[in-house]
Each structure stands twice: as structure tokens, then as C-alpha cells.
Write a protein that binds this ligand. Structure first.
Ligand code: KG4
Ligand code: ZN
Length: 347
């Protein structure tokens, strides 16, 4: 049994995993707290984690019917993330491991996202026997990246956003329309009856040879469009069309670049995770494109798309089983930890 904590941004989460199965996964979201500021306030996030950590971890242990003494190891997100937020979960988990005299593992947040699409079912369990080399799209409010996952625990960053993340683009475009933070889920809902071809927004870098993304130009063009057509916001049909058109521009870029990378690398499997992977148009369009190209598609389940400790625990247990010596009490948080520098497990 392994206890994992995740506090890299605005979700306080704890999970207990055992043999690839998620015995419990508790997530306390701070969205409500940050929404009045229109974005995550790092200092408030850290304070809220401190308030929530013990109740959330206690609930995860109780739900898994696990006593602290039964834990074999403790893990936490080491980075990347907001420094003070990371510090709360990381240092708490180290303290718990130290008190129990159990190994401690610091986990790379994005590396954990890479394996979340392989966790499914009720109760959720990781099915690594089905693992295929893949191109993985990680798309959230803070990140947009494509990763070549060559083998289990082996990966290489292909590209990432040079400015805003896709989720940030949803949130900022939504804010311009007067939607509350985070606007992504509301844009998804409002876009459903809309016409995605009603308005033509740019698809930045869609035909670039590389695997990088850029979304700030799209956000700017939405700003000018709304400035020039303010009356559109008064009509629910136009709002639906506007949401659907902005969403289509973001989703087109994500889908086309992901498919292109998989084709170029000769891979037959695509996976996706991160908060924006909850978006219904993205899920639909990826499914259609994968079917047309004969690719297997594995999308993280919506509950595992957003930040959660279950994915941290699943990866930590995998690393711990592969190399029981790979743990350390001298590690510190790494708020800017590049994915390619995450310690590779031995083959
Ligand atoms: O992974 P996540 O919970 O946190 C990080 O950003 O790390 O992702 C949150 C992001 C926000 O930008 C939110 O607007 C976006 O994911 N999001 C969505 C949807 N659900 C969440 N964007 C579009 N459609 C959705 N259904
Ligand atoms: Zn994340």
C-alpha cells in the first residue's frame, strides 16, 4: 500500500494505491476560492493546501481502510508546479514517511499524467499489460505538451506551448465573454448547440513542422473580435456560435498536431490527459481522427484528467517496484523540473 499526495496547483489530493489499483482517491478543489480572483493565487493555494491536507489524507486512508502502519511507501508531487503549493504536500509526505520509517518518492507531475490514460474501471486500476508506445497529449490550464512515450517509464518531450496553454486560452477567451473562472467547462457547455464554423478564428502553428503550440494569438484575435462585435454577447445563439468557434480553433490545433506527431513517429496509439481533456469536442474529434487513421486512443477518464493523487500513486508504485532503492529524503521540490530530466527508472 502506498499513500500519494498531490498539491502542485489548486487541487489538494491524496490517494492510496496497491498493486496498480486505486483503493481511494480524494480531491479537494480550490476552484471556488480562486474564481473571485480570476485565476489561481499562489499564496492562497498554499494556505488552502495546509488547511486541507490532513483531512484529505485522513479521508483517503479511511476510504482505503488502510492504517498508516500498513503503508509500504509514501509519495508526493515534486514538481513542476507552484513552489509554495508543492512544498506543502511534498514536505508533509516526507514527514509522514520519516515518522513511519518508510521510503519516500518524489514524482514528476507530467510523468504521472502520461500514465493516467491507462487507469480505468471501477474501482480504477492501471492496465500496463495493454501498454503501447504512444504520443501523449497533456493539456491543462498550465501546460500543453506532446510527449513520445517510448516504453513504460521512458519518454521524451516533443513539443510544448511557447506562450499560453490551451486551458488558459479557454479561460481567457471565456473571461472576455464574461464567463466565470475557469471558463473551460462553461465554454464546453455553451458551445454544444453552437456552430463551430460560424466565425473563423486562427489556428496558430497548425501547419508548423515542429510539435510546439502557441495560443496567445488566438486569445488576442478573440479579444479584437469581441471588441468589434460587442452585441454578439447579448444574443444566446451568437454566444453559442462564438464558444463553438473558439473551441473548434483550439481543438483543431490539438488534434491535428497530435495526429501528425504520431504519424511521423510511426506510432499507432494516442493518449490524452489534463483538465482540457474533459472537453467533449476534443474527446469527440480525437476519437474521429484516431478512427480515420487507425490509431488506438486512450483518453484519461474525466475524474483523472484534472490533477489527482491517484496518478501520482500509480507511477510512484511502479517506480518503487522496479527499483526499491529509488527513494530519498534529501530531495527538494523542483518547481521548474523539465520532463526529460525526471529520473529515468532502470530498464
Ligand atoms: O488539469 P487542470 O485541472 O489544472 C491545471 O491547469 O493544471 O486543468 C484545468 C484547466 C482549466 O484551464 C479549465 O478551464 C480546463 O482545464 N478545462 C476545460 C474543461 N474542463 C476543464 N477546458 C475545456 N473544456 C472543458 N470541459
Ligand atoms: Zn496537471
Amino acid at each position: 500500500m502506498l499513500l500519494a499526495l498531490e498539491t502542485s496547483c489548486d487541487e489538494t489530493s491524496a490517494a492510496v494505491v496497491h498493486d496498480g489499483r486505486v483503493l481511494s482517491s480524494v480531491v479537494s478543489s480550490q476552484i471556488q476560492l480562486h474564481s473571485e480572483y480570476g485565476g489561481v493565487v499562489p499564496e492562497l493555494a498554499a494556505r488552502e493546501h495546509l488547511r486541507n491536507l490532513i483531512p484529505v489524507a485522513t479521508a483517503a486512508l479511511a476510504e482505503a481502510r488502510t492504517a498508516p502502519e500498513q503503508l509500504e511507501a509514501v509519495a508526493a508531487t515534486r514538481g513542476p508546479g507552484l513552489p509554495h503549493a508543492l512544498m506543502t504536500g511534498f514536505k508533509s509526505a516526507q514527514a509522514v514517511a520519516f515518522a513511519l520509517r518508510k521510503p519516500f518518492l518524489g514524482i514528476h507531475h507530467h510523468e504521472a499524467h502520461l500514465y493516467s490514460p491507462w487507469i480505468s474501471g471501477h474501482p480504477p486500476a492501471a492496465d500496463f499489460s495493454a501498454f503501447e508506445p504512444n504520443v501523449s497529449l497533456i493539456v491543462s490550464g498550465g501546460h500543453t505538451m506532446l510527449v513520445h512515450v517510448q516504453g513504460e517509464l521512458q519518454h521524451r518531450l516533443l513539443g510544448s506551448t511557447v506562450d499560453d496553454a490551451a486551458g488558459e486560452c479557454f479561460d481567457k477567451a471565456g473571461k472576455l465573454m464574461g464567463l466565470p473562472y475557469p471558463a473551460g467547462p462553461e465554454m464546453d457547455r455553451l458551445a454544444e448547440p453552437g456552430n463551430p464554423r460560424a466565425f473563423d478564428f486562427p489556428r496558430p502553428m497548425i501547419n508548423d513542422a515542429g510539435d510546439d503550440f502557441s495560443f496567445s494569438g488566438l486569445k488576442t484575435s478573440v479579444r479584437y473580435f469581441i471588441r468589434d462585435h460587442p452585441s454578439l454577447l447579448e444574443n444566446p445563439k451568437s454566444v453559442a456560435d462564438l464558444c463553438a468557434s473558439v473551441q473548434a480553433a483550439i481543438v483543431d490545433v490539438l488534434v491535428k498536431k497530435t495526429i501528425k506527431a504520431a504519424r511521423r513517429l510511426g506510432l499507432a496509439c494516442i493518449t490524452a490527459s489534463g483538465g482540457v481533456t474533459c472537453n467533449r469536442a476534443l474527446r469527440r474529434d480525437l476519437a474521429v481522427a484516431c478512427r480515420a487513421n487507425g490509431f488506438q486512443l486512450r483518453l484519461a477518464e474525466p475524474a483523472l484528467c484534472t490533477d489527482n493523487a491517484a496518478m501520482i500513486g500509480i507511477l510512484a508504485e511502479r517506480q518503487f517496484r522496479q527499483d526499491p532503492e529509488r527513494h530519498s529524503f534529501t530531495e527538494e521540490i523542483l518547481p521548474n523540473w523539465p520532463l526529460d530530466e525526471a529520473v529515468p527508472a532502470p530498464a
